[in-house]
Design a protein around this ligand. Structure first.
Ligand code: COA
Length: 147
């Protein structure tokens, strides 16, 4: 599968809502509560104005999911990814995470619920290393290779 990242645009609002706010994705998020579309729309409009990257993942030219890197409350870069259910298990997540990290200048963290074995396996396959594990949350870090 050919995987590319392109910057998200205003018209991707509904599509990103469908991926990020799908019940099976919310269920593996830190805060599992449902998100109303209006709240998503406000978040998305603000988020698009920020410098931090927010991408659409395209697999063989078709939109497959979304990945972004945010600054968390500790000023760490933190990656989030969600693929549509039909796009999972074909190596797209792994490739998208690798591409996102390669475009970021510095270490990238990922916080994953300990029960989300698919995601943990995927991040580990990308070279993420476990940093800490508490309260059902595992924190991983990826560090770029020294030049
Ligand atoms: C997690 C997610 C991004 C993984 O992407 P993916 O494209 O499905 O995963 P890949 O096909 O690239 O798999 C890469 C590796 O991850 C692991 N993996 C993937 N799916 C797995 C599963 N269901 N169970 C266990 N390991 C799994 C494997 O190690 C796999 O390597 P392999 O194919 O050589 O065995 C995707 O499944 C997804 O969007 N899930 C829902 C949202 C989510 O959980 N987001 C992350 C929240 S922290």
């Amino acid at each position: 599968v050919n995987v590319v990242l392109r910057a998200a645009r205003t018209e991707d609002c509904e599509q990103i809502y469908a991926w990020n706010c799908a019940p099976d994705v919310r269920a593996v998020s830190r805060d599992a509560r449902a998100i109303h579309f209006d709240d998503h729309r406000r978040w998305f409009a603000r988020r698009l104005k920020q410098a931090a990257p927010l991408w659409i993942i395209e697999a063989n030219g078709e939109p497959a999911g979304t990945v972004r890197i945010d600054r968390d409350e500790h000023e760490r870069a933190s990656i989030s990814i969600a693929l549509g259910a039909g796009a999972r298990g074909r190596g797209i997540g792994r490739r998208a995470i690798q591409l996102a990290c390669a475009r970021w200048d510095g270490p990238v963290h990922a916080e994953i619920l300990d029960a989300n074995l698919a995601s943990r396996g995927c991040f580990e396959a990308c070279g993420f290393v476990k940093l800490e594990h508490h309260a059902h949350l595992v924190t991983y870090v990826w560090t770029p290779e020294a030049p």
